[in-house]
Design a protein around this ligand. Structure first.
Ligand SMILES: *Cc1c(COP(=O)(O)O)cnc(C)c1O
Length: 362
């Protein structure tokens, strides 16, 4: 079976000596290797302030804290995402206000978001779903017009870009995840790119109990609520080794995605998604809309190809039932959306087979 998602780890001969070195170095907590990892990531993205943490969820939580989100505030978000995007909102005590999506892309619709803004709106979380950049231009306009923070959840979109600049550079806060099945894994981990230098310093405190690193406990006075969200030298070592090949890895996703964009056009029962102008997706998943989805998934499985919706629209979870609202485009999207494999493990032969199977019909 060609899987829909797969964990990528560097070759044993390369990774294990590096891990052995760090594991027995006497320093496995957050130290120099974490700093090195952050610098290497920062260089890859082209963003100045990158702070590593223990998960993408922690990165989102720090972003919400920096945005000043408090209990009772409203955060506009999307139902088409993985759950952490939204459980982290209720974690702060804020209310979720669901925005509808653009039917062409599956991403949060800027017009819908604008119609949901109230004087209680503190932040917007917009997800580059499946690796497709959000409508960056419009969300930047919204940020300015309403003076509301946009947090870009780029957990699916490492290496994607807008106007030839990688995601991580366009909003006050952009978050990434290094969980097992993302483009790049550190086993678990995350990153938050922060525009403002002062907020970057504040985020360092929030990451580690509110304690300032490099000063003794006696010299420290905790003045803000912090958490145990830091990354350690072991995970950072994996990250550093992963980053040595990150461009090649991302290129494989993009090549496969572009292949499908070209080869899957004009097929009966298939509708391809669109991308916003000047944006380059990193195709963590390749999403399409198909008729008779159940049959499609079964036919793919019969041919050894995994296809799936992967995610459940988040507004259906009981924990979010207080926030229920009408989302006509989500209703339409959820009837037809499906993902096919497009990652580094999909060979030229595999992707040709996938296209042939779709062309044959189901
Ligand atoms: C994976 C993911 C997260 C959370 O990342 P973790 O590292 O698992 O905490 C957040 N948002 C989206 C869209 C994700 O897919």
């Amino acid at each position: 079976m060609i899987p829909l998602i797969k964990t990528l780890l560097p070759a044993k001969e390369i990774l294990l000596p590096r891990l052995e070195e760090v594991l027995y170095s006497g320093y496995i907590a957050q130290g120099d290797v974490v700093d090195e990892f952050e610098s290497a990531f920062s260089k890859y993205i082209g963003a100045k302030n990158c702070l590593s943490v223990n998960s993408g969820t922690s990165a989102l939580h720090i972003a919400l804290i920096l945005a000043g989100v408090k209990p009772g505030d409203e955060v506009v978000s999307t139902a088409i995402t993985a759950e952490p995007t939204n459980t982290v909102i209720t974690q702060t005590g804020a209310k979720i206000v669901w925005g509808d999506i653009d039917l062409d892309t599956g991403n949060l619709c800027p017009n819908s978001v604008e119609s949901k803004i109230t004087d209680k709106t503190k932040a917007i979380i917009a997800v580059d779903y499946a690796g497709t950049p959000i409508n960056i231009k419009r969300f930047q306009e919204i940020e300015k017009k309403y003076n509301i923070v946009v947090i870009q959840d780029s957990a699916h979109a490492l290496g994607a870009s807008f106007q030839n600049e990688k995601l991580g550079n366009h909003f006050k806060y952009t978050t990434f995840s290094f969980q097992a099945i993302k483009h790049m894994t550190t086993v678990d981990g995350g990153m938050i790119c922060i525009k403002d230098d002062n907020e970057f310093e504040k985020a360092k405190l929030i990451r580690w109990f509110g304690i300032k690193k490099g000063f003794s406990r006696l010299e420290n006075n905790i003045h803000i609520q912090g958490y145990k969200y830091h990354m350690n030298n072991v995970n950072a070592t994996i990250g550093l080794v992963q980053l040595e090949n990150i461009s090649e890895t991302i290129d494989k996703y993009i090549e496969n995605g572009k292949f499908y964009d070209k080869e899957l056009q004009n097929i009966e029962g298939v509708e391809l998604l669109k991308y916003y102008p000047e944006s380059q997706p990193s195709y963590w998943l390749y999403t399409l809309k198909v008729q008779r989805r159940g049959d499609f998934i079964k036919s793919m499985a019969d041919n050894g190809i995994m296809a799936s919706e992967l995610h459940k629209r988040n507004d259906l979870h009981s924990i979010f039932s207080d926030f229920k609202t009408k989302l006509p485009n989500v209703d339409k999207f959820e009837k037809t959306w499906v993902h096919i494999p497009s990652g580094w493990w999909v060979t030229e032969k595999d992707r040709e087979k996938i296209v042939d199977c779709i062309k044959k019909g189901w």
